[in-house]
Design a protein around this ligand. Structure first.
Ligand code: ZN
Length: 164
């Protein structure tokens, strides 16, 4: 019974993460249409705001764009773009607790996405340090919701703080 529950939980989390990857991918396409409708950017202009000659894609935005590269580099990690749609496979450090891994990695991706939007809409540039600091702020804000896993989350927080 317990093993079956674990398998169901694993399948649920896997499906949830796959859905998250799909949402990120379709969000970029939808966001381009939104920028076109608002007359912010022509529909045929699919370029990254930071890299005017590079077509924006999920791989570029989250891994190859200088801001993303700088963020991952600050964390001592060289991600494999082949796993961009499987962010739960990103392993930043073997010493970090696995239990909250699926909570922190999406936060990093979320703040890279928000920095991209701030660049487009508000012309506010961010640094890798800004990204990591915002993730730490979110961990502070949400850690009260983690109950038993709060110590694990705080290990991640301390580690992230050591990276900037
Ligand atoms: Zn770029």
């Amino acid at each position: 019974m317990r093993r079956r529950t674990c398998v169901h939980l694993l399948l649920f989390v896997t499906n949830l993460l796959a859905l998250g990857g799909l949402i990120i991918f379709s969000t970029i396409a939808e966001h381009k249409r939104y920028l076109y409708r608002r007359s912010i950017r022509p529909l045929e202009e699919p370029y990254c705001e930071r890299c005017p000659t590079v077509t924006e894609s999920d791989v570029h935005l989250f891994f190859n764009c200088p801001l993303a590269q700088g963020t991952w580099s600050a964390l001592g990690f060289a991600p494999n773009p082949a796993i961009v749609r499987q962010p739960w496979l990103l392993c930043l450090s073997a010493d970090l607790p696995e239990q909250v891994h699926v909570d922190v990695i999406p936060l990093l991706l979320w703040h890279i996405w928000k920095a991209r939007n701030a660049m487009i809409f508000d012309h506010i540039d961010s640094t890798p340090r800004d990204i990591i600091r915002r993730v730490v702020q979110d961990i502070d804000a949400w850690s009260c919701r983690f109950n038993q896993l709060k110590p694990d989350l705080l290990v991640w927080k301390t580690w992230l703080q050591s990276c900037y």
